[in-house]
Design a protein around this ligand. Structure first.
Ligand code: IPD
Length: 294
């Protein structure tokens, strides 16, 4: 019920603020070496320590709920129908290691595989984004000012990619067909070679998919395109975007109905549905026959 969801949101905010303090106090250069595939694919001790704190607190307060976290995930683990907390302890780990302050803890609650509560907190900037299903999305600044999303005045009209500032992330692959697709998309977006001459204002790669969703929700960025995100990257941002009137589609042409396990995401800020769909179609046209594979 609504009161229960509000309590969960407040608990997640409290836990996110503790996580944020851990991140600020941490030494991000302590990198765990083992499992990762190249020098851009990193995990730090802080990722693991934050996830442990989050899991301990949530499982003691909500022992009957599921938990899915980036650092404890094992291949084959699935999101179930039961209420489940989804945790990315540090989204934007590479930013964290470099001291680039666009990094966040991302916490969500799903019910029947749909996000119901989302909390994304960037402790380095003090930016807090939250949403509860049917209760709106909010942005709280470091000075404690809270605004409903999207922020008013309502962002400029959006009739085409020509009006858009677009976020596109690079993930950790540095070769292969997905990497080539990202490269081709960024080139086309910047040169109006496709989609009826559509060309964006510019591209941003902020390094955190969770924050990209929130920036789109706030109307700071108009569109976010990436294939290959995991549930924990997008789950909290997804409900924040939806509650701000934005939409999520699959990053692959033709699929309006992405799932949390699909790993393909395209986010468009709140505007009329026809405008949102028009922008998605322009992006899909740029992809042509190419699909993001994972
Ligand atoms: C990553 C970041 C990055 C995106 C990757 C994500 P992580 O999350 O969101 O921007 O390109 O796809 O996996 O590994 O820092 O939690």
């Amino acid at each position: 019920d609504e009161a229960m969801l509000r309590k969960i949101k407040n608990d997640l905010v409290d836990i996110a603020r503790t996580a944020g303090q851990m991140m600020i106090a941490a030494d991000p250069s302590v990198v765990e070496s083992d499992t990762k595939k190249n020098s851009s694919d990193r995990v730090t001790e802080t990722d693991k320590a934050v996830e442990k704190m989050v899991q301990d607190r949530l499982t003691s307060e909500y022992p009957h709920f599921g938990f899915l976290g980036e650092e404890t995930f094992k291949l084959g683990d699935k999101l179930g129908d039961m209420p489940t907390f989804v945790c990315d302890p540090i989204d934007g780990t590479l930013n964290f290691i470099h001291g680039f302050p666009n990094t966040a803890v991302s916490l969500a609650l799903t019910i029947e595989k749909k996000p119901f509560v989302g909390v994304v907190y960037n402790s380095f900037r003090g930016d807090l984004f939250t949403a509860i299903k049917w209760q709106g999305a909010f942005f709280t600044t470091s000075t404690g000012i809270t605004r409903r999303l999207p922020m008013s005045p309502v962002p400029k009209p959006m009739t085409s990619l020509n009006d858009c500032l677009v976020a596109l992330e690079w993930g950790s692959q540095r070769e292969g067909s997905n990497w080539e697709l990202r490269t081709s998309m960024s080139q086309q977006l910047m040169t109006s070679k496709a989609a009826g001459g559509a060309m964006v204002h510019s591209i941003r790669s902020n390094g955190s998919a969770a924050l990209d969703f929130c920036y789109v929700a706030a109307g700071m960025i108009d569109v976010f395109w990436e294939g290959g995100c995991w549930i924990w990257d997008v789950c909290a941002g997804w409900i924040i975007l939806e509650e701000a009137g934005g939409m999520v589609a699959s990053a692959n042409p033709g699929d309006w109905d992405p799932t949390l396990e699909g790993r393909l995401y395209l986010a468009v800020r709140g505007a009329k549905r026809a405008e949102q769909e028009g922008v998605v179609k322009e992006l899909w046209e740029m992809m042509g026959d190419r699909k993001f594979v994972y």
